[in-house]
Every structure is written in structure tokens, then in C-alpha cells.
Design a protein around this ligand. Structure first.
Ligand code: G3H
Ligand code: 13P
Ligand code: ZN
Length: 331
């Protein structure tokens, strides 16, 4: 059964990005796979008044069931309004790898899709992206494309090495595809292990400081595409306190290192209009669940551990909105 996203109360990302560009902030793009994550996102956005992009990967669709997810997204809008939140909500396919997957999501009510053909050749990337754009725009669905390759796992797409986006390619790419936003590679990567300790220096407190993002590449891209929305994937910061909490409660997450929040704050004031965060949420939930299991080994009601996990997630999301993305009360 096909449904258009407007019938679900969703919005595409066009207006959101226009305002984010003018207001020098970035929209949070938070991934969800289950009810507690979705509740935490909506509650955080209702409490801060932040617009939001709810991201669904193809792995999430397989995990949660695509039909259930579509109704959860619809329910999320109603839940937000019940909480008194009037903020705009987009539902976005994260790292779509085929035309068929993108079409399926559009037909099921997604308001935005990403076609990630960044691992293909330049011309193949353009051809596949354009095919998705031509279909999506018939329904006023916005399309994110990617140029340059991020290291790490991108759902079905795995890359060992990152390749920075080449500024000299972006104008041709955007003109020929008609995409609405562009994900670029400037040193972020997916997952909780973005850098090896050998790539980092240590500050006076012994904290690992990774190499800075390539702001020179971002600036060059901004010059070539003035006013065009840029997207940063792989933007979890891997907070030390969460990793420590996991490790003291039986976890083994050694050497997890992310992107420092100050760098993401700086990026959010540029043409970067959307910042993707998934791994930090996973860490927040895992830390909370591990702590409950360690402190209360007798607990077996899932609400006893998923409730605290949801609360920790909500606080993390609010922190990102208030202190990193700058998207509070922006709609
Ligand atoms: O970039 C990937 C996202 O974090 C989604 O991850 O494919 O494991 O759902 P996933
Ligand atoms: P992280 O793994 O850094 O959270 O990135 C998530 C992401 O880019 C989703 O598309
Ligand atoms: Zn990503």
C-alpha cells in the first residue's frame, strides 16, 4: 500500500536545510531501530524544540520490519504533537544502495532518501543518483547523495580507507544529478573506532586528540556550491564517560575514539546542515543497560533496563541539540 509522506504529517528536508543554513546550525539526523530509540528522539526534540530527521538504514528495515517502521514513523509525529512539539519531522532512508530500495521507501511514505553510490565510479554515481532524484522529485521527496568515501561500515557498503571529497567534482555532480544535499568526506567515519591511538596526540589530561577534520576541503566545497546543504556522516564523538561506563560494567570497548564535539560545533555553523549520529546513541544505551545489569542482577523486566537506556539516550540527544548542533527552538 503506497502512502505519501505528507499524509503522515512528515516534511521533506528542503525547508529545514534552508533555515539551518541561514541560522548557522545543523539538523540532528538520529538513527532508530526500535521503540525506545524513537521515543527518546521525539522526547528530546519536544523538550528542546528541535527539528529532526529520523533515519532508517536498510539494516533497521530488516531488523524492525518495514511496515512496522512506517507506522512507527507515523506514530512518532502524533506522539510529538501530543507532547506539544510543533517541530518538523522528516523520515529519511540512510545509505540507500539501490534505486529499488529508495523507490520502496518513497512509496512507503519516507520524505527523504539517501542514495549512497559513493563507492561507484563518478559517472556511475551520477547515473544512479540521477535515477533516484528523477523518481523522488515526482513526489517532492528530497535526495541526499554522497561524493567521496568514508572509512568504516556503511550498512551494506564497507570501506577500509576513506577518500576525501574532491572539491573540483562537486559542481558537476550536483548539476548533473539534481540532488538536494551532498554528504562529503572530510575525515569523519562510521562506528566507535574512528581513529587508532597512533593517529592521535595526547593532551595534558591524557585525552586522545584525533587529527582535525579537513575544514579546508569543506571551505572549498562551500565556495563552489554557495548555499548548498552539506551533510556529515560518521559524526559520533564517542564520549569517554560512556566508554568508561561500559568498560567498568563488564564491556570491552578499548580504544574507541570519535570526532571531538568542538569540531562538529564548528561544522554546524558552516554549510553543514545535517549531522548524522548513531554510534553515540548505541553507546549511551549500552552503558545504561550494562549498569542496570551490574547494579541489579535480579532485574529481568525489560522496562527496568530499557527505561534507563531510553532516559540516557534522551539526555544525550538533548546535549547534542543544545551544545553541538545548535538546533534548539529552530523552526
Ligand atoms: O551509517 C550507518 C548507520 O549507523 C546505520 O547503521 O546499518 O548498522 O543500521 P546500521
Ligand atoms: P556514527 O557511526 O559516527 O554515529 O555515524 C552515523 C551515520 O553516519 C549514519 O549514517
Ligand atoms: Zn552514514
Amino acid at each position: 500500500m503506497s502512502v505519501h509522506y505528507k499524509e503522515l504529517g512528515l516534511e521533506n528536508t528542503r525547508e529545514m536545510f534552508k533555515k539551518a543554513m541561514a541560522g548557522k546550525y545543523a539538523i540532528p539526523a538520529y538513527n532508530f531501530n526500535n521503540m525506545e530509540q524513537l521515543q527518546a528522539i521525539i522526547q528530546a526534540c519536544a523538550e528542546t524544540g528541535s527539528p529532526v530527521i529520523l533515519q532508517v538504514s536498510s539494516g533497521a528495515r530488516k531488523y524492525a520490519n518495514q511496515t512496522l517502521l512506517r507506522y512507527m514513523a507515523q506514530g512518532a509525529v502524533q506522539f510529538a504533537r501530543e507532547l506539544g512539539g510543533k517541530f518538523p519531522i522528516a523520515v529519511h532512508l540512510d545509505h540507500g544502495d539501490t534505486f529499488e530500495l529508495c523507490k520502496d521507501c518513497i512509496d512507503m511514505g519516507f520524505s527523504s532518501v539517501m542514495i549512497d553510490a559513493s563507492h561507484h565510479s563518478f559517472d556511475e554515481n551520477i547515473a544512479l543518483t540521477k535515477k533516484v532524484v528523477d523518481y523522488a522529485h515526482q513526489f517532492d521527496v528530497t535526495v541526499e547523495a554522497e561524493l567521496g568515501v568514508l572509512a568504516g561500515i556503511e550498512d551494506e557498503v564497507v570501506a577500509e580507507e576513506s577518500t576525501y571529497t574532491r572539491p573540483e567534482e562537486v559542481i558537476e555532480f550536483v548539476e548533473r544529478t539534481g540532488c538536494d544535499s551532498l554528504a562529503i568526506s572530510i575525515g569523519t567515519s562510521h562506528g566507535a573506532f574512528k581513529f587508532t591511538p597512533e593517529q592521535c596526540t595526547q593532551d595534558e589530561n591524557g585525552k586522545m586528540v584525533p587529527p582535525p577534520l579537513k575544514f579546508d576541503v569543506l571551505e572549498e566545497i562551500e565556495k563552489k556550491l554557495p548555499g548548498f546543504p552539506i551533510v556529515l556522516h560518521g559524526s559520533s564523538s564517542v564520549p569517554r564517560d560512556l566508554v568508561d561506563l561500559i568498560n567498568v560494567n563488564g564491556g570491552v570497548l578499548k580504544k574507541a575514539i570519535g570526532i571531538p564535539e568542538e569540531q562538529l560545533r564548528k561544522a554546524a555553523t558552516s554549510a553543514v546542515c545535517k549531522i548524522n549520529i548513531d554510534s553515540d546513541g548505541r553507546l549511551a544505551m549500552t552503558a545504561a543497560v550494562r549498569k542496570v545489569f551490574n547494579d541489579s542482577p535480579e532485574a529481568f523486566d525489560p522496562r527496568k533496563y530499557l527505561g534507563p537506556a531510553r532516559e540516557a539516550l534522551k539526555e544525550l540527544y538533548k546535549h547534542k541539540i543544545n551544545n553541538v548542533l545548535g538546533s534548539a527552538n529552530q523552526y
